[in-house]
Design a protein around this ligand. Sequence first.
Ligand code: C2E
Ligand code: MG
Ligand code: MG
Length: 572
Amino acid sequence: MQQSPLIQTPLAGCAELDHLLYAALDSVPFGLIVLNADRSIRLMTASAAALLGFSGNVGVSGVPVPDFVAGCGALNRGSLAVLRAALAGEADASSDILLSAQSLAGQRTIAADIRPAGALGWVLSLEDITHTQQTQDWLLEHASSDPVTGLWNRQHFLLMLHDQLGTAAAEGTNAVFLLGLQRLKHVNDTFGLAAGDTLLRLIADRLLTLTDRHDMLARLSGDEFALAVNRAGGRASITAFAVQLAAALAKPFVIDGQSVTLHAHVGIACAPADGDTADALLANAGLALLETTTRGATATCFFDPALNERARARRALAADLRAALDRDEFELHYQPQVDVHRGCVTGMEALIRWRSPQRGLVPPGEFVSLAEQIGLIDGIGDWVLREACRQAVRWPEQVTVAVNASPLQFETGHFARCVAEALTETGLDARRLEIEITESLLLRDTGAVTGTLAALHEMGVRLVLDDFGTGYASLSQLSRFRFDKIKIDRSFISPIDSSVENSAIVRSIAALGVSLGIPTTAEGVETAAQLEQIKANGCTCVQGYFFSRPVPSADVHNLLVRLHHPPVFAAA
Ligand code: C2E
Ligand code: MG
Ligand code: MG
């Protein structure tokens, strides 16, 4: 085998190294340099010379360190200094250094390992780790950041927060803000995923304008952002900042030329009172966020130890609720709806109750929203639908049944099919079924919602807009969807006999119904005076305790008899 021309001429004493050994040294992928005890270069392999850009010759007497370092043409000034220092290190100490070298292929990173070889000298090995380094950098970057917004991801956020909490010198208040954004799903559904991503980037940009370079902003999951800050000024400054965050996010975003307004909620936890670890702070900020979204009223909320108890109770309720459907613990109660002009019962609204062995009779206000949050509403809603149709088919033909549907049931895309199946299975005429939806459904103006409303309409099922006046439904939305009935929310009726404003609102909604050709029902009529007022205001139908509270299905027959004979009040 021929000696490689790039192997530097060995010094005296190495002459016995035969050609085979030269070739072997030269074939290893990393560079190798052998130094004498005085650290002059005794031997250098071709790959070592290539990595360092060393163009000189080792020669018979070796190369002194200053000349060797000066000859490493590929190294930048910083790396030359590092190499010089390492070669001047302690006599028996090894050292690992990183060098930066310029090559035709671009910037390279070289790992150099210098080890003593007994008293004889030193061995310096060199390895090009550019590729490994790049892979590591890529992995680090992608393992720590959110690909959509470029913000930190959950793992990295927790890591940084952990470090920040561990910094003894931190003087201000360490606070974690958890930001929940509702309606992001609506944007994805309406404008597509790319628009959803654009919105996330706009949100990130807007939040970044409010933060300083020490703040840590992360996107934790779909619509959840977290921000960790350290602020002087205690709780007051944290509160002011939270309000600022919520206000910034409440301003509209423009996507595809359309204005989108989000509902932002902020949960806050401060260290050390609300937790002294990153995980505890984030979890408690999460409980505070949950509190703002379930209460709905305020945009920001601080963690409070009582929230732990509420979360525990909520978990217990959720666990019981999950089992309730299988254990057949739900029942429907019915409340009559009375025609103002004819004085007779036209329909019954089905209202769910949960007869829990431990909790007693639980009203829907205590579990429907939780069922929506934990994904149970579909199953429960389907049961309500079938049960209501099954019972209504036994009532007099002119009596309709109204079933409340959660907006989430519309998002599955198979609600219309469930309704059709319930009708077929029970034999109930579609025209005797009313589906009550709330205004919030209209805000989810997705293809699935519109399609489902149209399919129900097509089947002959009547669509009712429930709790009208409490939400955001506008007149334009009323004309876009074809409703068969509008129910005026109870909050306008209860004080109707004492409030001129409420009376005026009811009158104008009733007038709107007349002009659109849609009957209006007043909910929550409790007194004869309210009934008189409702009639005077032009509503076509009433529902409320004045006629009957909701009754169990077994009492429906007696209720119908009582309300029909004689008519509940003289026909107008
Ligand atoms: P809603 O659909 O607006 O039903 C009317 C609510 O007002 C019922 O409360 C009823 O008992 C109550 N109410 C009726 N008349 C009066 C009155 O004169 N005075 C007073 N103070 N209250 C009156 P309930 O049964 O507790 O239901 C509350 C809400 O729960 C319902 O409001 C509806 O949104 C929801 N809900 C009930 N059943 C179901 C269901 O099967 N599925 C879904 N998704 N939601 C349901
Ligand atoms: Mg209702
Ligand atoms: Mg209602």
